[in-house]
Design a binder for this molecule. Structure first.
Ligand SMILES: NC(=O)c1ccc[n+]([C@@H]2O[C@H](COP(=O)([O-])OP(=O)(O)OC[C@H]3O[C@@H](n4cnc5c(N)ncnc54)[C@H](O)[C@@H]3O)[C@@H](O)[C@H]2O)c1
Length: 270
C-alpha cells in the first residue's frame, strides 16, 4: 500500500471516537506512532491501548482544542516523548453546544461552541504543530471538514458555516506554510455512522422527522438516507477517511496542498 509512515509521529485530535479513531488505526497500520488526543481522555487511552496491544506505538492524551495552552502542552509533550511531530490531524469536531440534540432549533451557544471547536480548534492546533514543524521544514496537516462545507441546509447553519471556514482556512494555511515545506489539506467526509450521526437522528426523530420515516429506528433512518442520497448506495467509514489521510500525509502526495477532497460516495456530485 502507498504511504509508508514508519518513523513518523502523528497527533490525531478527536482520536477517541468515530472518524478520529479510524484515522488513528490506519495511520498506525502504515507504521506511524500515533497520539490519540481528545477531550475524552478515557476514550483516547482506549484507542491507544487497542494499538499497543497489537504491537504498535501509541499514547492517549487529553486535549481541549479550544484552549491554546492545552494544544501547545500536547505538542510539547509529544516532542519530549518522541522527538518530533510530523503529522497533525485536526478531527475534533462538534455539531452544536451543550445538549443540542435535545433542542429543536439552533441557538447562540450552538454558533459559539461549534465555531470554537471546529474553526478556532483547527487554527490553534495547526499553529501549535506548525511552530514545531517550521523548524524542521517538514510537516503534514489534515483538517477534517465535511461535505456540509459545500452545501446549505436548514438544520445546522452554524455547522455548515464552520466547515466552510475550515476549507477556507486550509487554503490560507497551505499558502502560509508552503515556504516551510508543510502541506495542509482538508477532507470532506459524507455520511458516517458515528456518535455524531446517532445524535443527529435522535434529534430528528423527536423534532420533525419526515412522515415516511416514522416508526423506523435511528440506524434504519440512517440507512434510508444513505439509500436515497448516496449514488454508490453505501455509507462511508472511518477507515475510508483514514486511508485518504494516510495518502495525504505520505511522500506520494508531496505536491498536494490547499485542497479539500471529498469522500462521499458521489453525494455532492448529484
Ligand atoms: N459522522 C459524519 O458523518 C461526519 C461527516 C463529515 C464530517 N464529520 C466530521 O468528522 C469529525 C469527527 O466526527 P465523528 O462523526 O467521528 O464524531 P464523534 O462525536 O464520534 O467524534 C468527535 C470527537 O471530538 C472530540 N471533541 C469534541 N470537542 C473537543 C474539544 N474541544 N477538544 C478535543 N476533542 C474534542 C469528542 O470528544 C469526540 O471524541 C468532526 O470534525 C465532524 O464534524 C463527520
Amino acid at each position: 500500500m502507498f504511504g509508508d509512515l514508519k518513523g513518523k509521529v502523528a497527533i490525531v485530535t478527536g482520536g477517541a471516537s468515530g472518524i478520529g479513531r479510524g484515522i488513528c488505526l490506519v495511520l498506525e497500520q502504515q507504521g506511524a506512532t500515533v497520539v490519540s488526543a481528545d477531550l475524552n481522555l478515557k476514550g483516547a487511552e482506549a484507542v491507544a491501548s487497542e494499538i499497543t496491544e497489537r504491537g504498535g506505538k501509541a499514547a492517549g492524551f487529553e486535549i481541549d482544542v479550544t484552549k491554546r495552552e492545552s494544544v501547545e502542552r500536547v505538542v510539547a509533550k509529544v516532542v519530549r516523548q518522541w522527538g518530533q511531530v510530523d503529522i497533525m490531524v485536526n478531527d475534533a469536531g462538534v455539531i452544536g453546544g451543550a445538549k443540542w440534540w435535545e433542542r429543536g432549533d439552533t441557538n447562540d451557544d450552538d454558533w459559539q461552541h461549534t465555531f470554537d471547536v471546529n474553526v478556532r480548534g483547527v487554527v490553534l492546533a495547526t499553529e501549535a504543530a506548525a511552530d514545531h514543524m517550521k523548524k524542521r521544514r517538514y510537516g503534514k496537516v489534515v483538517n477534517i471538514a465535511s461535505i456540509a462545507a459545500l452545501r446549505g441546509g436548514p438544520e445546522y447553519p452554524h455547522y455548515n458555516a464552520s466547515k466552510a471556514a475550515v476549507v477556507s482556512y486550509t487554503k490560507s494555511a497551505a499558502i502560509r506554510l508552503a515556504p516551510f515545506s508543510i502541506n495542509v489539506n482538508a477532507i470532506c467526509p459524507g455520511l458516517l455512522w458515528t456518535p455524531m450521526w446517532e445524535k443527529i437522528l435522535y434529534r430528528r426523530t423527536r423534532h420533525g422527522l419526515d412522515e415516511s420515516l416514522r416508526g423506523l429506528t435511528e440506524r434504519q433512518v440512517f440507512e434510508r438516507i444513505v439509500e436515497m442520497t448516496v449514488p454508490l448506495k453505501r455509507e462511508q467509514t472511518p477507515e475510508d477517511i483514514g486511508n485518504l489521510t494516510a495518502f495525504l500525509v505520505s511522500e506520494e502526495a508531496k505536491n498536494i496542498t490547499g485542497q479539500a477532497m471529498i469522500v462521499d460516495g458521489g453525494r455532492t456530485s448529484v
